[in-house]
Design a protein around this ligand. Structure first.
Ligand SMILES: O=P(O)(O)OC[C@H]1O[C@](O)(CO)[C@@H](O)[C@@H]1O
Length: 542
């Protein structure tokens, strides 16, 4: 059976017509006319309150988007996802990060769930052993520092969670080395005491240039400082390629396997989460998994119209494919979530940045959107100007926790006041009448008002989705991340792309290897004129 081109569905065509009548919706009027708008366009799932009502939609939009999901056979796709069908067809793999945290896929994936549990068990025993002083440094010291050596999914998930759960941290500190840039390694090495540090090399393939280079440099440094014989006590690895890891010199006991049915960017729930478990303890790691599991259940069971990942994905499709918005901002009003946008950039853009559909045909519609963001309120003082008054439509997710971690009511009230004010301001804007009234009030002359008026007007009608969560806990964080994972899945199904491969990153890797061999010989090789000149300039200084 051919995979469905979304643009050929009835719903897509109806949405095109519907778009003509909704594209100029005035949100202020929409709220004035419908007292139930906020209530009807909000989904509450336990501690998550997600308000879609400040989006450029009406209830008919939601119904038509749900029809689109139906016509694209989303329900069947969800079933295939959870039951381990090889939906990553270009690599011939199942996509089962869900089996790392819930048994919702039923008997078909019970073997995967069991294998995941065994791997987790080995990790939990190790982590508990480190905390209890059973697994110690070569000289009997307790480890108080971990260095996570990995990149992409072997870094972004762990570092994002590590930053987010600082309030739950044990006395183990984690540093992350990812970039192949030697200065990154040096800066981390400056901060650590090797005798008290555990190094975790994380690489699903154990073939990634950056990670192997960093791991080699760090091991050499360690051998010089402490001695070769101590390496086996201080270096462990997480990989699905156990033989390569042993080839690197890590003993098999110190290797924590992962599976090829877990994609790198969805792997923080696996043994890739080793540094998370070390930093926060096994119980908190389990809570993170439990939170994700509850979102899995919601996603699998809730009807589309009440389903958070489904509705979030449909909103993205609405803006991306009808309004032709290119990007989406993710704005956490929590400093703890400062790495969430970076994490989501990989998860979303590596997954759905595809231009060939699942039939192998070039798509003639927009797929993966660009995701970016920073925490509020800082972002307000940086790029909000463009969202308020620029020429681009930027739908934004505003994420906040109703309860602060520390009791600082003055700070929290101010933070939340900004959080609420921004979505209101983005929606309401400021009309000519309001802007001139303000200036009259401020005592401006008529001439000044006339001159400044165009600059003081805010068009408004900028769409936002508010994700208000009771509190930042390991559980709620797990839910939040899983919610975005499933959103990515739904978008991939509707855009009819394979979300779980990443062939697009391969070409650069191959070319970098070729150029490296030129650089090592100080040769300009056979490159285009621009690259040749750049190499010459580089050789002058090296
Ligand atoms: O864990 P590995 O195999 O080192 O890969 C790191 C990252 O590289 C990528 O394959 C892409 O470059 C990512 O998908 C992955 O997360």
């Amino acid at each position: 059976m051919k995979n469905i081109n979304p643009t050929q569905t009835q719903a897509w065509k109806k949405l095109e017509e519907h778009f003509q009548s909704v594209k100029n919706i005035d949100l202020r009027e929409a709220f004035a006319q419908d007292a139930n708008r906020a209530k009807n366009l909000t989904i509450e799932v336990d501690d998550f309150y997600v308000d879609f009502s400040k989006n450029l939609i009406n209830e008919n939009t939601v119904a038509l988007l749900n029809d689109l999901a139906d016509e694209c056979r989303l329900s069947e796709a969800i079933e295939s996802y959870f039951t381990g069908e090889r939906i990553n067809a270009t690599e011939g793999r199942a996509v089962l990060h869900t089996a790392l945290r819930s048994d919702i896929g039923g008997v078909k994936v019970s073997e995967n769930v069991e294998a995941a549990a065994q791997n987790h068990q080995k990790m939990y025993e190790f982590v508990d052993g480190v905390h209890q002083g059973k697994f110690v440094a070569h000289n009997g010291n307790k480890f108080d520092t971990v260095v996570n050596i990995g990149i992409g999914g072997s870094d972004l998930g762990p570092v994002m969670i590590y930053e987010a759960l600082q309030a739950y941290k044990t006395d183990i500190n984690v540093h992350f080395v990812s970039n192949v840039e030697g200065d990154h390694v040096e800066e981390v090495l400056k901060k650590i005491v090797p005798e008290k540090t555990l190094f975790v090399i994380v690489s699903k393939s154990f073939g990634t240039q950056e990670t192997l280079t960093n791991a080699t440099t760090i091991r050499n440094w360690f051998e010089q400082k402490v001695g070769k014989e101590a390496v086996s006590k201080h270096f462990i690895a997480v990989s699905s390629n156990v033989s390569r890891a042993t080839g690197f010199g890590i003993s098999e006991d110190n290797i924590f396997p992962m599976f090829d049915w877990v994609g790198g960017r969805f792997s923080l729930w696996s043994t890739v989460g080793m540094s998370i478990a070390l930093a926060f303890g096994v119980e908190n790691f389990k809570k993170l998994l439990a939170g994700a599991a509850s979102m899995d259940k919601h996603f699998k069971e809730a009807p589309f119209e009440k389903n958070l990942p489904v509705q979030l994905a449909l909103m993205t499709i609405w803006y991306n494919n009808y309004f032709k918005a290119e990007s989406e901002a993710v704005l956490p009003y929590s400093q703890y979530l400062h790495r969430l946008p970076a994490y989501l950039q990989q998860a979303i853009m590596e997954s759905n940045g595809k231009s060939v559909d699942r039939n192998g045909d070039l798509v003639d519609y927009q797929t993966g959107n660009i995701v970016w963001g920073e925490p509020g309120t800082n972002a307000q003082h940086a790029f909000f100007q463009l969202i308020h008054q620029g020429t681009k439509l930027i739908p934004a997710h505003f994420i906040a926790f109703a309860k602060a971690k520390y009791h600082q009511p003055d700070h929290h009230n101010k933070l939340m006041a900004n959080f609420f004010a921004q979505t209101e301001a983005l929606m309401n804007g400021k009309s000519v009448k309001e802007a001139s009234a303000d200036m009259v009030q401020a005592g401006k002359s008529d001439a000044e008002i006339e001159k400044l008026l165009p600059f003081k007007v805010f068009e408004g009608n900028n769409p936002t989705t508010t994700i208000l969560i009771d509190e930042l806990t390991p559980e709620s964080l797990g839910k939040l991340v899983a919610m975005y994972e499933h959103k990515i899945f739904v978008e991939g199904v509707i855009w009819n792309v394979y979300s779980y491969d990443q062939w697009g990153v391969e070409l650069g890797k191959v070319l970098a290897d070729q150029i490296l061999s030129d650089i090592e010989k100080k040769d300009t090789g056979t490159h285009d004129a621009s690259t040749t000149n750049l190499l010459r300039r580089f050789y002058k200084l090296n």
